[in-house]
Ligand binder design. Structure first.
Ligand SMILES: Cc1ncc(COP(=O)(O)O)c(C=O)c1O
Length: 377
């Protein structure tokens, strides 16, 4: 148990239930668990283990270093690095048995040379740009690029994939459908050229739960849904036609560290911005913007203490926040819930996202490394 009076609780039981539900709901039951960015702030090693034990077929990361961290923790599952990496990192990628993503001819050449030099066959997934226009090879060049990989004796073409740009927005189904059609075309082109690829994946959480590419019977790459956060911050559901009940995995908690009763007219924290309208109990909580509680939350954000929602009394500071508890009695050591549930009250990551004009992903990724993660098993 941490000794700091602020921590993130990561409910690995909820994560396991979420992964099992998602795996059961997807067309092929084959799900890659996206654990990049320290599992969206939840802790990559712990979450990766649970995801694999709960039925995921592999893991996805953004960086070679993230894959190496998983390998060093003894995780043997397939790990896909989801974009091309600097040539300087190819040795680490190949040496740690990570799966490379490729789309540029130069990257394939450089990766192949490293694999040959190291005497290790490197597994490769080819990323196709079907419309998001971030990274990937154009559909018209897929066959040529796939042949380049296929013909390299030290590279093994094991996957082809793409990424959806608007799957979480039901008003943009046209764009999603266009991407699905483009990906179907790519799969046909490969087949026509006799190139057989074992792993084919397109859908992210929203795409998988909405079954947008069901007819293609693909694997999927699921991140945010595993962590129990609807990807579209405006909605509280996953837009899934099938009822998949997903639970938030992260809670952010703290304990009251100081209590004072202030008179009407007094104000709290930097800028003394909002004088109290009546005598009030002010609880200080030792967590601040350096922990990921963004300053902009002070005006409309709420925390839960004693089973009640309570507003911030003043500006969020780097290491502490002050909470207006009105007439209630609050004691040093009382539990404070910043994200998660207490009694019948719940603050969701997407509540912060809406207040901050962002998405739940950024909220949990933003809970900084100095907040200890406590794993509930
Ligand atoms: C290439 C790629 N695939 C899959 C995912 C997972 O997306 P989500 O968390 O929406 O499921 C991401 C996340 O950003 C991604 O970049």
């Amino acid at each position: 148990m941490t000794q700091r009076w602020a921590w993130a609780e990561i409910d690995l039981r909820a994560l396991a239930r979420n992964v099992e539900a998602i795996v059961a709901d997807t067309t092929t039951h084959s799900v890659w668990a996206v654990v990049k960015a320290d599992a969206y702030g939840h802790g990559a090693v712990e979450c990766a283990r649970v995801a694999i034990d709960s039925g995921a077929i592999g893991l996805c990361v953004a960086l070679v270093d993230e894959g190496v961290t998983l390998r060093r923790a003894g995780i043997a599952a397939p790990i896909l690095v989801m974009s091309e990496q600097p040539p300087e990192q190819h040795r680490q990628l190949v040496g740690n048995g990570l799966i490379a993503t490729v789309y540029n001819a130069e990257s394939i050449t450089s990766l192949g040379a490293v694999a040959e030099e190291m005497n290790i066959v490197c597994a490769v997934h080819l990323k196709v740009d079907t419309g998001m226009h971030r990274v990937g090879v154009a559909p018209s060049e897929v066959v040529q690029r796939a042949q380049q990989v296929h013909q390299h004796p030290w590279l093994s073409l094991e996957g082809v994939y793409s990424h959806l740009a608007t799957a979480d927005d039901a008003t943009r189904n046209d764009a999603t459908e266009k991407q699905v059609r483009a990906f179907a075309g790519v799969l046909n082109d490969l087949k026509d050229h006799g190139i057989d690829v074992a792993h084919r994946h397109l859908e992210n959480s929203a795409g998988a739960l909405r079954h947008v590419a069901e007819v293609l019977r693909l694997e999927s790459r699921v991140g945010i849904a595993m962590y129990g956060i609807p990807g579209d911050a405006r909605s509280d559901s996953f837009g899934s036609p099938v009822a998949v009940a997903l639970e938030p995995v992260m809670s952010l908690k703290a304990k009251v560290s100081h209590v004072q009763v202030l008179a009407a007219g007094q104000a709290v924290s930097y800028g003394l911005r909002r004088p109290l309208t009546s005598r009030s109990t002010i609880a200080t909580v030792p967590i601040g913007y350096a922990d990921g509680v963004r300053r902009a939350l002070w005006e409309r954000g709420e925390v839960v203490i004693g089973g009640k929602r309570r507003p911030f009394a003043g500006m969020v500071t780097m290491d502490q926040v002050m909470v207006d508890c009105g007439n209630d009695v609050v004691r040093i050591g009382d539990e404070v819930v910043l994200l998660g549930s207490q009694g019948s009250e719940r603050v969701a990551a997407n509540e912060w996202a809406n207040l901050l004009g962002t998405i739940g992903y950024e909220v949990t990724c933003g809970i900084s490394a100095r907040v200890p993660r406590i794993y509930l098993r």
